[in-house]
Write a protein that binds this ligand. Structure first.
Ligand code: BEZ
Ligand code: FE
Length: 297
């Protein structure tokens, strides 16, 4: 088709795409084109601005490698990951959900770890944390034998893959719930941390005068046939960034009670100072057990 004017572009593209074989893909691709064209019209996008946008896309790809995923980080920083998460969990967004965004730091093949064991695998400062969790279905019935990946950053605010001082897989472990749906482990209390800001997402945050911090949290990925894979985070309740998480991951249900203990019998003999406990209940929804694409290797 020969394009006569601006108004003819969108219908011409939609028509050209209409032979797509996969109906869902066609729905998504057509909506994408309609919204992109509407966006350009709304802001009257200049050629220079279009160049900047394309350059951003290229730089997101160039900054992504085996140990860093800039695309995930970008999607997180504009709230898109949380939007998609909340639309797809909690019975299609109808009810509260225990789900949260995956983030860029989940790795496959966390070391299998027995309940009660520690996930501290190299010297890691910080107060001891004893976490006790239970996984239940929507009727409150415990779910046994759920495979649970746990990962979190160190008290200096770095994941092991970002930090040569930490052993491989430090602060990561794979657990299984027992007959009562429980799993429990020892670690150190996590700290909040800034997301990586060396690439496009960092440029955007600086331009928008936004801080790069996430409140301290633990990550969980819970997997069992018959249930929708539950990807979530539990946040430290007194963190200063709880109300301004740079990636919009905090929902009310996910604020944990990290209780400080300064006296009484510690849960382990080597604990000499204050320690923390976390007791938390995770609810899995019925659905398909599916692992996400690992954002890093
Ligand atoms: C994380 O919690 O690991 C994370 C999530 C989103 C962006 C960066 C980090
Ligand atoms: Fe994290």
């Amino acid at each position: 088709m020969i394009i006569e004017n601006e108004d003819e572009v969108t219908p011409a593209v939609l028509k050209a795409m209409s032979g797509g074989k996969d109906p869902r893909l066609l729905q998504i691709a057509s909506a994408f084109v309609r919204h992109m064209h509407a966006f350009a019209r709304e802001v009257r996008l200049t050629e220079k601005e279009y160049e900047v946008g394309l350059d951003m896309l290229n730089r997101i790809g160039q900054a992504t490698n085996d140990s860093h995923n800039e695309a995930v980080l970008f999607g997180d920083s504009i709230g898109f990951s949380t939007l998609v998460c909340l639309m797809n969990n909690g019975m299609g967004g109808a009810t509260e959900t225990a789900a949260a965004l995956l983030g860029p730091f989940w790795r496959m093949n966390s070391p299998p770890t027995k309940n009660g064991d520690t996930i501290v695998r190299s010297k890691t400062d910080g107060a001891p944390l004893f976490a006790n969790l239970v996984i239940v279905d929507q009727a409150g019935k415990p779910i046994p034998n759920v495979e649970v990946d746990v990962w979190h950053s160190s008290p200096v605010g770095l994941y092991e893959n970002q930090d040569p001082e930490q052993a491989d897989m430090n602060l990561r472990g794979k657990f299984h719930t027992d007959a009562e749906g429980r799993f429990w482990f020892r670690s150190t209390r996590p700290a909040g941390y800034p997301v990586p800001t060396h690439a496009v997402t960092g440029d955007i945050l600086r331009e928008q005068n936004r801080h790069p911090f996430r409140p301290a949290h633990l990550h969980f990925l819970c997997y069992k046939e018959g249930f929708k894979t539950l990807i979530t985070q539990v946040f430290v309740d007194d963190d200063e960034y709880l109300n301004s998480d740079v990636v919009f991951g905090v929902t009310r249900a996910l604020v944990g009670n990290f209780q400080k203990h300064e006296s009484g019998k510690a849960p382990a003999e080597d604990v000499t100072g204050p320690w923390f406990t976390l007791d938390y209940r995770l609810v899995m929804e019925p659905g398909t057990a599916q692992l996400p694409q690992p954002p890093i290797k």
